[in-house]
Design a protein around this ligand. Structure first.
Ligand SMILES: [Zn+2]
Length: 270
């Protein structure tokens, strides 16, 4: 009945008006379709990855430089028991040591005030660690018991939803992405690059998921070479990462190293 009514109405409209209606319908549909996501689904929907690691070719681990600089990167993953190492943050502020922070949407939801305080401090750069801290897979690969994204659509949402959330909260859209666990397959890493984000890994494993003792953190940091990206965690005050950092960062400074933000070397990452 309704169908017949619509068809009768449509037949009554003159051809020119019909075309205008059609054009308007296409325009309205186009406004609501996420073309970028559709393109990712089209290009990566049937991709068969062969690699699964922290070091697939697209992932940047260093700054290409001879300068004696290091990029300290700190993750906030948003696991059930994590929080924020306030002593470590205070230490960085007191000693004017910049850090690039990879933060998940989960952590932002748990600690909106802490997030706002970090984002408001120009010493810190806020970047994207995924909406739900999932390894970047096109096929649902897992690592450390954490399930990766199942397909291109889930990966798109994992990356884009947190970028949107961060942009809304801070007014600045993140430019770098580190997946939950820092694992990628090569197709996932390329898709993230196509979405406009540089994928970031690390050259120095600073605290092995906040499991290192302070001595081990210190030993790991002291292996850093000019241009290295160092990964560690700021979300486990109960662990020894903070103590290790407070001990080793002044030593690295005394050796002539300067700490920099990734965004200031965006065109020199490799
Ligand atoms: Zn993490």
């Amino acid at each position: 009945m309704v169908r017949r009514l619509i068809l009768t109405l449509f037949a009554a409209i003159k051809v020119r008006k019909r075309l205008i209606c059609l054009f308007l319908i296409i325009l309205i549909c186009g406004y609501f379709v996420n073309w970028r996501k559709l393109e990712c689904l089209w290009r990566y929907g049937n991709f068969e990855p062969h690699q699964w690691s922290e070091t697939v070719p697209q992932v940047r681990t260093r700054i290409d430089t001879d300068e004696k600089i290091l990029a300290l990167t700190m993750d906030a993953c948003g696991s059930k028991t994590d929080s924020l190492d306030e002593d470590l943050i205070e230490f960085l502020i007191q000693n004017e040591i910049p850090a690039t922070m990879f933060i998940t949407g989960r952590w932002m939801d748990k600690y909106p005030e802490k997030f706002a305080r970090l984002a408001a401090n120009p010493l810190f750069e806020i970047e994207n660690h995924g909406i739900a801290h999932r390894p970047a897979s096109l096929t649902g690969q897992s690592i450390y018991g954490i399930a990766g994204t199942k397909n291109a659509g889930e990966l798109y949402d994992e990356v884009a939803l947190n970028a949107d959330k961060m942009e809304k909260a801070t007014g600045r859209r993140p430019v770098f992405y580190r997946s939950g666990t820092a694992y990628y397959d090569e197709g996932a890493a390329q898709m993230i690059e196509d979405m406009g984000f540089q994928t970031i890994g690390f050259a120095v494993l600073g605290d092995k998921g906040a499991t290192y003792s302070a001595d081990e953190v210190e030993a790991a940091f002291l292996t850093a070479k000019p241009g290295d990206i160092i990964i560690c965690h700021m979300n486990h005050p109960e662990k020894e990462t903070g103590r290790g950092l407070m001990r080793v960062l002044p030593k690295l400074k005394a050796r002539g190293f300067r700490f920099v933000l990734l965004k200031d070397y965006a065109d020199k990452l490799k």
